[in-house]
Write a protein that binds this ligand. Structure first.
Ligand code: IFM
Length: 438
């Protein structure tokens, strides 16, 4: 594994989490979210699990921040729950919620950890979902208002702010593939959610700047698109996947347009006068976050757009069934740099799920150590080739609620026993601590 000294002096290593996955949505006067509704609906989430208790981070945050400090990390990428701050999504504030994030941020600073805040990591307040959620254009201004309100309280201590985590998941995964809340499978809803989530990002960025807040970034997820064979049909299947998954959001942010392949499929479902929003959508950001885990093998499939399907690949896989493909990280750091034209880049998420168990007080997750070592090396190779990567955040600090897959998939450097909520640092936590210590 590469060591701390192999990276520049000011390179930042951190860990990532998200509010609904760790906090415990039931605590502290938070409002209901569309993930609570989705999880309560049979068949959506493994064992019908939900985030109401999660890792109980709402109450155990100090212990968790100690783990980050003791692991030698310089930064913590966390998210705020919109419904914890504004239980109805707008209107009346929940002072307990704001106080929680205040304590959390102060706790980071007391421990020498830089706070990197994500404003939205997927738990839309249910009252806004009732109004159409991401299908309703007004969501963009609701999100901008919430963002300014939260940052007016925290912004004096926040290191960097990301608007919306993984816009592809907010739109496609949730409105086209139906795997995340609100569980829709509808192309018109997808096109609208794509456009509105981009607009929300742009409006929040502009509103935050106008309110005096800076260092604002966008965070996208990427998955390498590999054709299943040498046929032109497989190449087309991979190109279609690459267009909606990897290129759409970068193109919108940095070229102020949708890729042609997206327009030919979605243009008739976009809201009226969508072209007029691109100056807001493309308002400059200060940095770009890259979330990367795996690749997809694409084959053609009968039926309407996207007319492709993922097929199993030959490489070793994680507990998610995801192929381990570090070359993809190298590829996407270059792609991100091509679009972002020299802006600072961060790997804002990378890591793997593993079927980890505690044996005699220890967790042997050597597969995760190997995974991270290979991905650190891929990132370093891109840096040596000139990519301005300034930091790397491992997903995740601890095992947590893996959305529709519940608590079974374990991504943490720290094991969580979901009966007792006891935290046990895994071998990977100890290995990274040794590798990254100064
Ligand atoms: O757990 C998720 C996270 O919420 C967003 N990015 C991918 C992770 C692993 O699936």
């Amino acid at each position: 594994m590469l060591q701390r000294n192999d990276f520049p002096e000011d390179f930042v290593f951190g860990v990532s989490t998200a509010a609904y996955q760790i906090e415990g949505q039931a605590f502290g006067g938070s409002g209901r979210t569309h993930w609570d509704d989705f999880a309560e609906t049979p068949g959506n989430v493994v064992r019908a699990e939900n985030g109401s208790i999660a890792c109980d981070h709402y109450n155990r945050w100090a212990e968790d921040l100690d783990l980050i400090r003791d692991g030698g990390y310089g930064a913590y990428r966390f998210s705020a729950s919109w419904a914890r701050v504004l239980p109805e999504g707008r209107g009346t504030l929940n002072p307990e919620g704001l106080d929680f994030y205040d304590r959390l941020v102060d706790g980071m600073l007391e421990r020498g950890i830089k706070p990197m805040l994500t404003l939205y990591h997927w738990e839309l307040p249910s009252p806004l979902a009732d109004l159409g959620g991401w299908r309703n254009r007004d969501v963009a201004s609701w999100f901008a208002d919430y963002s300014v309100l939260l940052m007016d309280r925290l912004g004096d201590r926040i290191w960097k702010t990301a608007t919306i985590n993984e816009l592809w998941c907010v739109s496609f995964l949730s409105h086209f593939f139906g795997e995340h809340a609100p569980g829709l499978r509808d192309i018109r809803a997808t096109a609208r959610s794509v456009h509105h989530v981009l607009l929300a990002h742009g409006m929040a960025t502009e509103a935050l700047r106008a309110a005096g807040h800076g260092d604002i970034g966008a965070v996208c997820n990427f998955s390498y698109a590999e054709p299943a064979d040498d046929s032109p049909e497989a190449a087309e299947a991979a190109a279609t996947f690459d267009a909606h998954y990897n290129q759409l959001f970068l193109s919108a942010f940095f070229r102020k347009k949708y890729p042609d392949r997206i327009l030919s499929a979605l243009e008739r479902h976009l809201p009226d006068r969508w072209q007029d929003d691109f100056d807001v959508i493309g308002t400059p950001v200060d940095w770009l976050g890259v979330n990367y885990y795996t690749r997809e093998i694409l084959a053609p499939a009968p039926g309407p757009w996207p007319a492709n399907k993922s097929v199993p690949g030959p490489l070793p896989k994680t507990q998610m069934g995801w192929e381990i493909y570090p070359e993809g990280l190298h590829h996407f750091l270059h792609l991100a740099n091509d679009y972002a034209g020299g802006l600072p880049l961060y790997v804002t998420e990378n890591g793997m799920a593993n079927d980890d168990t505690v044996v005699n007080g220890a967790v042997d997750d050597s597969a995760r150590i190997d995974y991270l070592a290979a991905h650190f090396a891929a990132a370093k190779r891109a840096m040596d080739e000139g990519v301005p990567l300034e930091g790397y955040f491992v997903w995740s600090l601890m095992d947590n609620f893996e959305w529709a897959l519940g608590y079974e998939k374990r991504f943490g450097l720290v094991h969580v026993d979901f009966d007792t909520l006891v935290r046990t640092p895994k071998a990977s936590y100890h290995a990274l601590k040794t590798a990254l210590s100064r």
